[in-house]
Design a binder for this molecule. Structure first.
Ligand SMILES: Cc1cc2nc3c(=O)[nH]c(=O)nc-3n(C[C@H](O)[C@H](O)[C@H](O)COP(=O)(O)O)c2cc1C
Length: 830
């Protein structure tokens, strides 16, 4: 208070009032609502889908972004938050998202919300499931800037009727929620079901003289069921085209979460997108909206308006979204909390809090106007805290320069090629950004034009190829995929999630298009038709293992298991293309159980999965090979980039003789000599275990060295020289096994001609970032090379996400050990 007075900060009466009541932030309103409202209403407003991971992602993703302020920016006196959208100027870039049945939170419901929106000059989106009808709202708050959210229902007549009503009531835009093929599953709501009071219903579906075509239903909870039954999972993009053909209102798609869908939307001429996961209420484990925003702005930001909702609850969130290219953000829950606490006044107070926080953030970050807020003002925490990742190409999107330059240079994505300078650094990007500051305003004009001319654009002109951009210093060229005009028009958010048999991923066109040289044909040559794995969860395994029937050895390792389970929310790994291994003994409890390898290999054989044998085992290549193994097992061998050529050559020959199908060249640890890896695994970590192959390699090195006094291979040999070496002496395919933090090595390996790459997650990399890294590789010139994902234990949904972004197979190792400890063959199978 004192500080405010000192700096003479002007406060609105609404904020002064709310501060007097101890409500200074959106979370204060949330808390107050929880104290005062009925518990089923609280659950309804706050809840998310299933395990609510996406709700948590939304918050965490904003928190991972760091604001990077600039000083001494000569911020002038005239400061405005005004923004134009679809031809209308709004007083600030914050709108109110569609929220169903607002009369549950407050008797005035949507009317109060719309009045607050009018006071603050921001758009209010009325949900089709509103508790106040379109007409009633228009009559009560005629001058509020209103948009109308709808679904394209199974009954198109009903849908068209709603559109006509919205047009007649002078709504300014249609927001189509495309992420709702079915209602989201809320566990909290199932535990504490919401019973609609008699006077609260979906007012747009109740006969009132306006909904005249006989489609309206009588007033009861069954109205909600009826509306839910009208959701149509069979919709395709043609439905959007149909909608655009029956209305002149701008059409905005809400719920877009990937670039591919954004491109289709722009291609078919929609006017805007709201990047959204519906606040985590639809698909659990969907990405945070803010995480995918840069990718979508990069793809279509220069053609259509891109907005965002989901997780926005403070001014800094708004700032971050604007910096990453959103034109406007919407709040759902934040506004509902205000409504529940204090009706219209509560919503105004919340809007005031967000506005004040946004203004303060802008000032302190060195931005006087929205035009000053640029991607340069936000970075991902990884850039600050993990500087070794500074060269990681995929983090470029978080610097913002990649999409920004496209956006500001009016880059046309239809160009066939785009060059990337692999030597680009953060400094380079900042330099570029400096020169770009202040251009946002002019870009806004361009955006305006694009938006309103969108439908008139002659499609032939759109097809004109754009001149190639060539950068002489570029190290490699990335081919941009052709426009998505010919893809089947089917809503798929995200792609692949409903794939019935994920083992067919390569055939379903996600990753492969037949150009793969050797890996597809050779590595997987023994693949048989997939079998279904038994559906067990890691939690089940843990529960099972706590029973008395489990032998002593289990107890020793149970700490490891429960620790791993506690640290994560691992679920089942079922019905997916996997690779088993490489399993090395890192667990002291397993020292005496070398049979884990043979057992794991048998399971791999049974399920027709490749098995990766490693040198870090008590079984030599020949011993492993000789034990009752059927020839149908697909065998890969993990090798290390030893400096000693003679060792590598001899390993290659032995692997060839033993019928291995691929080499997994592990670049996980800096081990340029046999001695370093031998010391680490055979002497230092696990002194009691015999590592015959490493010992053999040691012997060979000693013999070799005594014969050839000097080192045969330079100590710091590059990835390419190892790959070339393998290439020269064997036909067996090579898969590089590289940590995701070293994307530069991935590209080196790909350039050197490996047949596949396994990108391995580490404990510091957030999963969305890992997916981003993989997507970047899949989007690069090497898109046809199979990518595998490694890193111990992914959850089932993570596996699906990986497959959806083009990963061929997922390598698992640690869960195999857990399964073995619990029930050997059956445990691993489970
Ligand atoms: C209680 C509630 C009801 C909602 N109802 C709808 C709806 O009817 N239609 C829709 O498209 N989105 C609906 N949403 C999603 C919001 O439009 C918006 O996407 C989401 O709330 C944004 O996330 P946030 O709550 O974290 O701000 C609803 C959200 C909430 C919290």
């Amino acid at each position: 208070m004192l500080l405010d007075q000192f700096f003479r900060v002007k406060r609105s009466p609404a904020l002064t009032e709310s501060l007097r009541c101890g409500l200074a932030s959106v979370s204060d309103y949330e808390r107050r609502m929880c104290e005062s409202a009925d518990s089923s209403v609280v659950d309804y407003c706050r809840g998310g889908a299933a395990s609510e991971q996406t709700v948590a992602h939304n918050r965490a993703a904003f928190d991972r972004l760091i604001i990077r302020p600039r000083c001494l920016q000569r911020i002038g006196g005239s400061r405005s938050l005004a923004v134009a959208s679809f031809g209308v100027s709004y007083r600030m870039p914050i709108g109110i998202a569609p929220v169903a049945l607002q009369c549950l939170a407050h008797p005035e419901g949507e009317k109060a919300m719309a009045r607050a929106a009018r006071t603050y000059g921001v758009p209010f989106v009325l949900s089709v499931l509103s508790s106040v009808s379109i007409e009633e709202l228009a009559e009560a708050v005629p001058r509020a800037p209103k948009w109308f959210q709808l679904y394209i229902f199974k009954d198109r007549e009903l849908t068209e009727c709603l559109v006509r009503r919205a047009e007649k009531a002078r709504f300014r835009a249609l927001v189509v929620s495309v992420d709702t093929p079915a209602p989201g599953l809320s566990r909290t709501e199932r535990r504490n079901p919401l019973t609609l009071p008699a006077k609260v219903t979906c007012a747009n579906f109740v006969p009132n003289g306006n909904s005249s075509n006989g489609k309206a239903k009588s007033c009861s909870a069954s109205v909600l069921d009826y509306v839910r039954s009208q959701l149509d999972p069979s919709l395709g993009w043609d439905a959007i085209q149909w909608l655009m053909s029956i209305t002149t209102l701008p059409v905005i798609l809400k719920g877009i979460l990937n670039r591919a869908d954004a491109l289709i939307a722009a291609d078919i001429g929609v006017h805007g997108l709201i990047v959204s996961n519906s606040g985590g209420r639809q698909l659990d484990c969907a990405p945070a909206a803010i995480e995918v925003l840069p990718e979508i702005v990069g793809a279509v930001g220069d053609r259509i308006e891109v907005m965002l909702d989901s997780g926005v609850s403070q001014g800094t969130d708004v700032f971050k979204a604007l910096a990453l290219g959103a034109r406007m953000v919407f709040v759902g829950r934040a506004a509902v909390y205000g409504l529940a606490v204090n009706g219209q006044r509560g919503v105004e107070e919340v809007l005031d809090i967000l506005k004040t926080e946004l203004e303060s953030t802008m000032l302190n970050a060195g931005c006087g106007t929205l035009a000053d807020v640029t991607p340069q003002h936000v970075c991902h925490e990884a850039q600050l805290y993990y500087p070794s990742a500074a060269f990681d190409r995929t983090r470029i999107s978080w610097r913002g320069d990649s999409f920004r330059s496209e956006r500001y240079r009016s880059h046309d994505r239809r160009s066939k090629t785009q060059t990337l300078d692999s030597a680009e650094t953060i400094q380079d990007a900042e330099h570029v950004d400096d020169s770009d500051i202040g251009t946002r305003k002019s870009m806004e004009n361009v955006l305006e034009r694009v938006t309103f001319q969108q439908r008139c654009v002659d499609t032939d002109t759109q097809q004109q190829p754009c001149p190639e951009i060539k950068n002489p210093s570029s190290k490699f060229t990335v081919t941009i995929p052709p426009p998505y005009r010919n893809v089947p028009l089917q809503l798929s958010v995200p792609r692949g999630i409903f794939r019935s048999n994920t083992n067919n991923v390569s055939k379903s066109g996600c990753a492969a298009d037949g150009n793969i040289r050797t890996a597809r044909t050779v590595i997987n040559r023994k693949d048989n038709p997939p079998r279904r794995l038994k559906s067990h969860s890691m939690q089940n395994l843990a529960n099972k293992s706590s029973g008395t029937s489990v032998c002593n050895k289990t107890c020793i390792a149970m700490d490891h298991i429960s620790c791993a389970l506690n640290n994560s929310t691992k679920t089942s790994l079922v019905n997916v293309p996997l690779v088993i291994g490489p399993i090395s003994i890192t667990n002291a409890a397993l020292q005496q159980h070398a049979s884990v390898y043979r057992t794991a290999a048998k399971v791999a054989e049974r399920f027709q999965l490749p098995y990766v044998h490693t040198l870090r085992t008590p079984l030599s290549i020949e011993e492993f090979n000789g034990r009752n193994l059927n020839t149908s097992l697909v065998r890969w061998l993990e090798v290390f980039p030893f400096a000693d050529l003679c060792v590598l050559r001899s390993l290659v020959r032995r692997a060839e003789r033993s019928g291995f199908d691929a080499f997994v060249l592990s670049l996980m640890e800096p081990c340029n000599s046999v001695t370093s890896i031998f010391d680490k695994h055979a002497h230092v970590c696990l002194p009691h275990i015999r590592f015959p192959d490493l010992q053999l390699a040691m012997d060979e090195v000693c013999n070799f060295r005594s014969e050839n006094a000097k080192q045969p291979f330079e100590e710091e040999a590059s990835v390419s020289s190892y790959v070339r070496f393998f290439r020269n002496i064997t036909e067996i395919p090579i898969i590089a096994y590289i940590p995701t933090t070293h994307t530069d090595l991935v590209y080196q390996a790909l350039q050197a001609g490996v047949d596949g790459v396994c990108v391995v997650i580490d404990e510091y990399t957030p999963f969305p970032r890992f997916v981003g890294n993989i997507q970047a590789i899949k989007n690069s010139a090497f898109r046809n090379i199979p990518i595998y994902a490694g890193g111990s234990s992914f959850t089932e949904t993570e596996v699906v996400e990986l497959l959806a972004c083009g990963v061929e197979r997922v390598m698992i190792d640690q869960p195999i050990i857990w399964g073995f400890i619990i029930d050997e063959f059956n445990g691993i199978s489970d």
